[in-house]
Design a protein around this ligand. Sequence first.
Ligand code: NDP
Ligand code: 8X3
Length: 261
Amino acid sequence: MDLAGKTILITGASSGFGAAAALAFARTGCHLVLGARRVTRLNEVAAAAREAGARSVQFHSLDVASTRSVESFTAWARDFHPTLDVLINNAGGALGLDPVALGRDEDWEGMVQSNFLGLLRMTRAVLPLLPQHAGAWVLNVGSIAGHTAYEGGAAYCGVKAAERSVTQALRLELSGSGIRVGSLDPGLAETEFSLVRFKGDAVRAAKVYEGVRPLTPVDVAEAMVWMVSRPPHVCVDELVLKPTDQAAIHKVYRRPPATPG
Ligand code: NDP
Ligand code: 8X3
């Protein structure tokens, strides 16, 4: 499907996959609507997206953890674009890596609010703006963590498993509407994800990617563009994208550090 002139809404567009997606979709000549909490960062992404060829770029603060924020964001977007073609539910991330025995309520609640309830809220708000039988999309960002759990990931793996369920249920609910619903489930990718998970501990965050060649935000953004640009009769239900170095969630090949001399 030619995306020129289509309108794409991306949540979590201030960094990582969302920011890279804004640039990748901009190159198709689409209109962009971007949301996240850090508006200064959105402003920078919007400027780069205009430069890259977006037909128009609008951005506004959005906290998917708040129904009021989601509704006012959607009302604001509707003033520019009475209809949207693609919703990319990307906002989210992990908070902490504690075992359940040491888990913190604020981390669990934060992950449920952004990854799970945020996805539901955004989708409910945007569905009335998606035209039927016109190739529209709801593309959710899941994770391999939603397929296989790991120690310390109970809540994060849980919300990403919930994302798969929401994706599947929504596809059933929209059967016959022509609106496509799919999930893009990446593995290890270097973004601000680990910095956020470890609450600003850059040394601990860097160790996650030590010796590995992870996915880049561009790899993930290109996969999004590919999924969304399939012809309207084709729905990519679920796409798992992993670095070659990650044979499975627990099986990550790490090169030894180079020895001096
Ligand atoms: P980043 O931390 O770089 O980006 C996360 C984005 O989500 C930011 O733009 C952030 O914006 C936004 N966000 C977080 N919470 C909220 C909120 N309450 N309301 C609005 N926006 C929010 O990480 P990634 O790009 O890696 O993460 C994007 C998605 O990909 C997440 O859903 C993550 O779980 C998933 N993922 C990541 C993988 C990885 O290894 N990196 C692998 C698989 C999936 P702001 O802070 O400005 O609000
Ligand atoms: C992020 C990938 O494996 O760090 O969703 O949970 S992982």
